[in-house]
Ligand binder design. Structure first.
Ligand code: 5GP
Length: 204
């Protein structure tokens, strides 16, 4: 199902670990990088823009889009649903783009089944204490949401074993550079290079 020329990156990690900040750093580094904008039923946080951070839609619209086959995967997270719109991902892959999905662990598992060549990266906090501090510093969730997110975080971290790569976000620039190195190195796997190899030996 995955187009040979494109690459699909699954980027997961607990809430507050710094996925958005890291993506903001790496997205400008390569013109082929394309971040997928997800659908969500959650409320917009201050500073977020509809169509840029997420498509903020109603639960009814979400269900209708799922029924119409427009959603590649979706998962419940806390009290809300999040999902990946299908058409743009397939278009970008066919254009040879490196498509990056910010996605929680259940959605990542579904995508692995659909796109076995997807490369998965899990961003880990240095400790649960630091993670809690970061969520609190964001100041966007109430106590109940914070407790829920920390509980989900523990379960998500236990599923990091399903991922190809794990990067610790202690210093954000270092973590971003490690993620970039991983993505870049995936262009040099034997599978990615096999066409080139055939070309090289064509006239031997
Ligand atoms: P937040 O509310 O903090 O923006 O996101 C909550 C969780 O939903 C994060 O773990 C994030 O990775 C995940 N998420 C965001 N978009 C998607 C998506 O399209 N599909 C799935 N399955 N999870 C998503």
């Amino acid at each position: 199902m995955q187009n040979e020329s494109g690459m699909l990156i699954l980027f997961s990690g607990p809430s507050g670990v710094g996925k958005d900040t890291l993506l903001d750093i790496i997205l400008g580094k390569n013109e082929l990088f394309q971040r997928s904008v997800s659908l969500t039923t959650r409320e917009k946080r201050s500073g977020e823009t509809d169509g840029v951070d997420y498509y903020f839609i109603s639960k009814e619209k979400f269900i209708k889009m799922v029924d119409d086959g427009q959603v590649l995967e979706y998962a419940q997270y806390g009290d809300n649903i999040y999902g990946t719109p299908k058409a743009p991902v397939d278009k970008w892959l066919s254009e040879g783009k490196t498509v990056i999905l910010k996605i929680e662990v259940k959605g990542a598992q579904k995508i692995r089944e659909l796109y076995p060549d997807a490369v998965s990266i899990f961003l880990l906090p240095p400790s649960m204490q630091i993670l809690e501090k970061r969520i609190r510093a964001r100041g966007t969730e109430n106590e109940q949401d914070i407790a829920k997110r920390l509980e989900i975080a523990k379960n998500e971290i236990l599923r990091s074993a399903d991922y190809d790569f794990v990067v610790i976000n202690d210093k954000i620039d270092e973590a971003a550079s490690n993620v970039l190195n991983i993505i870049n190195s995936m262009n040099f796997t034997y599978k990615k290079m096999s066409n080139k190899i055939s070309e090289v030996v064509k006239n031997v």
